[in-house]
Design a protein around this ligand. Structure first.
Ligand SMILES: [Mn+2]
Length: 383
């Protein structure tokens, strides 16, 4: 066990070094002096150190011509030093001005701090102004967000292995959910049972708020859970995800409790066909827009096009939603190593909603899902 633990950490340390090297090489290629990484998810991706700093400042500074450093609240410094990050960690106390200390640390490290890359998707205006005040002649025009989303697009074998484990936790959650269904239990009650069993299993965090929707409630794609209760002869939709070592799972299953209406059964059948066909057609070289169209055409031909009111899927990794976005207009070709969801849905207000979703990774041979709970309509006997 100890050897395995050591092996895992060495592999992870190596992977983080490779990722950090890519960022430094990008700075060199674009002749940028400093990258200010402010999104905690990206700080974790490039340093191995992860925490939610709340309102405090957590940042990673990477340089064209000097060693990077992590900057954390003082209370996190020891933890950060024990992470996979191999360079300096500096802290600040709550009463200190973090940007004054950051500026000092940068100036003692390098003479080059004129051209900056910042995460335009993440850095707050307040912090942008603070760093600008500390470096009044510097320019902050380079956007690190665009580079990082491209880098994170391709997952390594190690990342995929973690996401498979996250998927196994999601499959476990479905098993708990299906066993907990009975007349009168509320949507929130089902969420409680799912998350309680996950915590007992050691899963501490969901990747988003668990969705359980009974009957017509499921026609609101991201609504719920409410205090509505399970009633016979309705569909029930479960959309859930777990976090494993900083990577997400995300999957949706719709099941029948008793015998739902013919309409509900028909939209299930069409949605399943759209899901299975899109999974089958997901191959390297097809574009994101083309794959979206594969599923959308099936649903449209069946007469439900207007009720599929979102994109086919989204990328997944350290965030639940990242690149690539599987939607009309995105001509990005899908390639091996990309991880994304395939999740067609049909939502008919006042009637029922169905969504069937797996996330997976693309290989040379096709799409390999992270979750394996069967998708054919599961009927739970009324009790
Ligand atoms: Mn999803």
């Amino acid at each position: 066990m100890i050897m395995l633990y050591f092996y895992y950490h060495e592999k992870r340390r190596l992977q983080i070094m490779i990722q950090l090297d890519k960022l430094q090489k990008w700075l060199q290629d674009t002749n940028t002096d400093v990258a200010y990484i402010s999104d905690p998810v990206n700080v974790n991706y490039f340093s191995g150190y992860g925490s939610d700093p709340e309102e405090r400042v957590l940042a990673l500074f990477v340089f064209k011509d000097a060693a990077p450093f992590l900057f954390t609240p003082q209370l996190n410094v020891e933890e950060a030093k024990n992470s996979e990050f191999d360079s300096d960690v500096y802290g600040y106390l709550d009463h200190e001005n973090p940007f004054k200390i950051i500026a000092e640390r940068i100036k003692e490290r390098t003479n080059h701090f004129e051209k900056w890359a910042i995460e335009k998707d993440n850095l707050s205006v307040f912090r942008y102004q603070a760093i600008k005040t500390a470096f009044p002649t510097a320019s902050f025009t380079q956007d690190a967000s665009r580079f990082i989303e491209q880098t994170r697009l391709y997952k390594t074998q190690q990342e995929i292995a973690i996401m498979e484990q996250a998927g196994a936790d999601a499959d476990f959650a479905f098993e708990v959910a299906f066993n907990a269904v009975q007349t009168g239990v509320s949507e929130r009650g089902l969420v409680g049972q799912i998350e309680y069993e996950l915590k007992k299993r050691g899963v501490m965090e969901m990747s988003f708020d668990t969705i359980v929707q009974t009957g017509a409630n499921a026609a609101n794609p991201h609504g719920g859970p409410t205090l509505s209760t399970v009633q016979p002869n309705e569909l029930i939709l479960f959309d859930l995800g777990t976090v494993k070592n900083g990577y997400m799972s995300d999957a949706t299953r719709t099941v029948a409790y008793g015998t739902p209406s013919d309409k509900a059964l028909d939209i299930f059948k069409v949605c399943l066909e759209a899901n299975l066909t899109a999974m089958d057609k997901a191959k390297p070289g097809i574009t994101a827009a083309e794959l979206d169209a594969v599923a959308r055409d099936i649903i449209t031909k069946a007469g439900y096009g207007e009720y599929f009111n979102h994109r086919l899927g989204h990328g997944i990794g350290k965030s639940t939603h990242e690149f690539p976005s599987l939607m009309e207009g995105n001509d990005m070709e899908l390639e091996p190593g990309m991880c994304f969801s395939i999740e067609p849905g049909i939502y008919i207000p006042g009637v029922a909603g169905v969504r069937i979703e797996d996330c997976g990774h693309l290989t040379e041979n096709g799409f390999v899902p992270f979750t394996h709970t069967p998708k054919e309509l599961k009927t739970i006997a009324v009790h």
